[in-house]
Design a protein around this ligand. Sequence first.
Ligand SMILES: *Cc1c(COP(=O)(O)O)cnc(C)c1O
Length: 629
Amino acid sequence: MSVGRTKLYLLDTNDFANTAAHRGITSELYGGDAEMRLKQEIVLGIGGWRLLRAVGLDPEVCHLNEGHAAFAVLERARSYMQDHSTSFDLATNITRAGNLFTTHTAVAAGFDRFDPELIRRYLGHYAKDELSISIDQLLAMGRQDSANALEPFNMAFLAVRGSGQINGVSKLHGKVSRHIFQPLFPRWPMEEVPIGSVTNGIHVPTWDSAAADALWTTVAGKKRWRGDRAKEDDVRQLTDSQLWDMRMEGRRALVNQLRKRCAGQLASEGGIPSDAEFIFDENVLTLGFARRFATYKRPNLLLHDPERLVRLLSNPQRSVQLILAGKAHPQDLPGQILIKQWKDFIRRPDVRGRVAFLTDYDMLLAQELVQGIDLWINTPQRPWEACGTSGMKVLVNGGLNLSELDGWWVEAYTPEVGWAIGDGREHGDDPAWDATEAEALYALLEQKVIPEFYERENNALPAKWLGRIRESMARLTSEFSATRAIREYTESHYLLAASGYSERAATDSALGISLLQWQQKLAQSWSTVHFGNVDVETQDRQYLFRVQVLSGDFNSEELRVEIYADQIAGGVPIIQAVTASGTSAEAGVLNFTAQVPANRPLNEYTARIIPRHANASVPLEAGQIIWQH
Ligand SMILES: *Cc1c(COP(=O)(O)O)cnc(C)c1O
């Protein structure tokens, strides 16, 4: 089927040609046990790549979103083997460059892991007959320690091993991911774990209201979400009354929709639908909170002190209304309990007509919400919101964000555009810290948000609030759009992946063969490399390093010597004086020299030897490293 100008292929096993046992594989997501999940991932990864080939496509770039699709790495290599009569090892070395892996979770427990026996049962034949490798070699690709036969098979590890580039979905999540995947790069500093980040962005035309669309068109034209971005100063031309009219229209539409939805919900719950006509008020500050009800998202942080929340909602001069929406996973009991807490709260007579909980949170409801909400609240426990996207959806419509400093909001927040809670550090799920943040959340609402919204001198519009909307729209909307994200993926990853793959495959896989030989040599002979003498002289405020390397089977082209110093807390970057000339005085000995600034104590510097190849990504494709000390 076509989505815009993109073709979308959906895999479905519910076909008469399949046996009954196979027909249900794609019927339910996150529904079955580990075995069902493995079958689904085989369909997605192996079946997915086969489908592309069957319809005549042979893509250069394969973007794996999350480890679920990681078997595509194997199948892509198999196609290459078949087309070019190569071994599996050569095929993976070549195709790897064309694979990009985006990790989406912020906890290692979020990765799919399978019992090795299950993998043996389902993929034993595939390994032997189709990939011509042993099942143990396949299993090793999904293990931290390839020699540990008891270790489960981790799909994210397979994706790392099979990809030429890896990224997280926000800057903070990139950092968290470097931490999570560090065990795959033993002895490498955390900062050098080869995982970058591309912050997510939302497809703005899906989420903007008609009023917002009209307003944006006046300052930035119709093509503003394609090609070039809207200029910040153009957006700043929007006047207070233009912005306020858009906000009023959005809130009015939301209140109307909400009444309809609540009437439906009341009817289905045995209440009186007409009661819904009297709930909510189109002139009242409207807070929104909608998300999956998972405990790390802390959807009950606002409920921490129910009496305080009641006071906040029912202040007759400056009242506030609150719309909640969300679902919990059917098997997530703690998540279900959080929903129940809200439902109990909503029944209180003193908040009647001021709070609603909508259970059918889907994209349609999300569209209604993000077009009318004044303040979008997000309260995850840092750093477990890998990015978060719902808050981005309000930007175009002039909604503001109050969020934990986690995910995208760490990058977006400045005092001019919204509000933040949290101290920018991790506190796990410490209840005392939750209480501190709940306190901060109430205080912000009481002292900043609500007064600013209701500041109407001489019946004027809330100038400060509107100024904040203007800055939020100007600075953040384009920045957190899919336009920016796709451009970043293209410029920083896809183009590299396409050229990397093509280079390796060109002229009968010549470069791929050279890389494979280099890797095989590293695997066999790295232990022959050692440090010899390391001398240091101080000259003109520089340390002059003379490093001798007993290079075993390697020449100076195949090794890189670096002088390294740890990052200093407070932001001074890693210092890395790179390489030096290698002249061979005697057989098997290479001499390197390097200068680094002497502005740090000498004992903070150390030399190291790592593999070198002009076309390889180190340490992703070769993790060897020898430290001087
Ligand atoms: C945007 C959206 C989400 C994701 O929101 P996050 O803030 O990224 O968790 C989930 N469900 C629906 C219906 C959405 O529209």
